[in-house]
Write a protein that binds this ligand. Structure first.
Ligand SMILES: [Zn+2]
Length: 235
């Protein structure tokens, strides 16, 4: 039987209206949200998130319990223009309790995450450079906030992924740092979620970046305990 994946609209009626998808497992469990395309010029995460929806529909991945919410393209207008987007949506999320996000789409997104009391918040991005070559760049990293309960799992996922990556320059690093106004920090500090940012490197071939995003996403989803059948694709 195919998994029922419901399509809904976020920020309906605004120019930022975008689809999100919700799948429910058979039993009760935690809620995990996956977001991508917060920045319009970071396509690998968007493609990986769209693939995740297809994989759920086609039973490549199965939700055994809990709920999975996927928002494949947060900033549709910027994606169309292939720009990062102004304002930078990853600075518009609420920075303190009861504050409102400073943009209609991040407001809708954060309320969605909040209403569902997400336990995990996985945000897919891309960045400049290779983190193995410079501490100053974020390409090929997984980022978590200081004190995050996700840190051990993220370290394991990075080590696992690196086992498949033959080119040492492409291996992932884990960075532990805050970013006020980001979805990750808002989810971490205001929703007490395990929040993780995935960053692939822009200068690598798109196909490889999508593979990295997909493999890490599957691995992390498996770690949340709600997904099965998430056997990894060696890349
Ligand atoms: Zn980004």
């Amino acid at each position: 039987m195919h998994m029922n994946v419901m399509e809904r609209k976020l920020a309906a009626g605004t120019e930022f209206e975008t689809s999100y998808y919700r799948a429910d497992g058979e039993g009760p469990g935690i809620v995990v949200i996956v977001t991508a395309g917060v920045h319009g010029n970071e396509p690998a995460g968007v493609l990986a998130a769209r693939q995740l929806v297809e994989d759920l529909r086609n039973d490549v991945l199965r939700l055994r319990k809990g709920r999975l919410i996927v928002v494949p393209l947060v900033n549709g207008p910027a994606f169309k223009r292939k720009t990062r987007g102004v304002p930078d949506l990853n600075r518009t999320f609420p920075r303190r309790p009861y504050a409102k996000a400073r943009h209609p789409v991040t407001d809708a997104l954060f309320r969605l995450a909040s209403i569902h009391r997400v336990a995990w918040y996985l945000d897919l991005h891309e960045a400049n450079g290779l983190s193995q070559l410079s501490r100053k760049v974020l390409g090929q990293t997984l980022i978590v906030n200081p004190g995050s309960q996700a840190i051990p799992v993220v370290r394991q996922a990075a080590a696992w992924a690196n086992g498949f990556i033959l080119n040492g320059n492409r291996k992932f690093n884990v960075r532990v740092k805050g970013l006020p106004g980001s979805g990750r920090q808002a989810a971490h500090s205001l929703l007490q979620a395990r929040a993780v940012t995935f960053e692939t490197c822009w200068s690598l071939p798109l196909r490889d970046r999508v593979r990295y995003q997909t493999a890490l996403l599957r691995r992390m989803l498996k770690e949340t305990g709600i997904v099965t059948g998430a056997e990894t694709i060696p890349y």
